[in-house]
Design a protein around this ligand. Sequence first.
Ligand code: GLU
Length: 282
Amino acid sequence: MIVTRFAPSPSGRLHLGHAFSAAIGHAKARQAGGKFRLRIEDLDQTRCKPEFVAGITEDLRWLGLDWDEPVLVQSQRTAAYQEALDDLKARGLVFACFCTRANIAQSLTAPHGDAATSYPGTCRALPDDPERRATSPHSWRLNSGKALELTELPTWTEVGGKQFQARAIDIGDAILARKDAPASYHLSCVVDDAASGVTLVVRGADLRPSTPIQRLLQELLGLPQPTYLHHPLVTHEDGRRLAKRELAPTLAAMRESGVDGLELDADLLAGKLPLGFTFREG
Ligand code: GLU
C-alpha cells in the first residue's frame, strides 16, 4: 500500500508551495487507495506556534485534502528519537560536538536551499568527555566515516524508477541531536517516516540534498527504504523562492480574497499556477 505524508513546520502559514506538495502527496495516496499522513514538524520550539498548527489543518481542509489519523506531532515523539540515537551511540557511530550554537540551531529545520554538509571534523577525534558534556552545550553528530565502513554508499529510487547513488561528499557528519533538542530534522524525519509506514516521500526538490544522509540513517537504523518524489518548486515569476520571510501570499490570504480551494487543488495537480508564479526544477 502507498503511504505518503505532508510534513510542514508550524512556523508560519502555508503558502502555494506547501499546497502543491500536499496536493501531490494526497493525490498519489488516494489514487492508489493508500494513506495520506500529516506530520507536524515542531521540534524548533522557538519558531513553532500552536496557532500555526490550527492554520495547517484549516488550509488543508480548504484545499479539500483529508488525511489519515493519527497526526504525528514531533514534539511528542522524544522517546522514539532518543532510542534511535542511543542505538547509534551504542555502536560508536556518533560523537559529541562542541562547535558553535549558530550552526547547531540550523539543524532542527529542514535545510531548504543549499544544504550545509560541510563540517571540518573539529570534534570527531576528541576522546569522549562526559564531564565536559555535562557542563557544555553540545550536539551529537553522525560519524559518517565510521558509518560508511559499515554500509555502502546508499542508493535511492525516485518515482518512475530512476536510481540514484549518494556520493561520499553528499554525506557529512550531520547533526542528529543536541543537548536541548531530542533530534535534528534528519533523525526525526527518518524515525517518523518509518513509524508512519511511509512508502513514498513527496517533497520539494530543494530537499533532495537531504536524501543521501537520510537514506544512510535508514540503513544504519534498519528502517525500510521509501521511494522519493522530489517535485519542482513553486517560485515567484522572477525566480524568488516562496520563503515565508519573503512574504509569499499565504493560502489564508488567497482564501480571503475569494480563491476556491478545491479549484486551486485541481489546478495545481494539472500543473497550472496562479498568475505571477512559476515552477523551478530544484
Ligand atoms: N518540515 C519540512 C518543511 O517544512 C518538510 C520536510 C520533509 O518533507 O522531509 O519543508
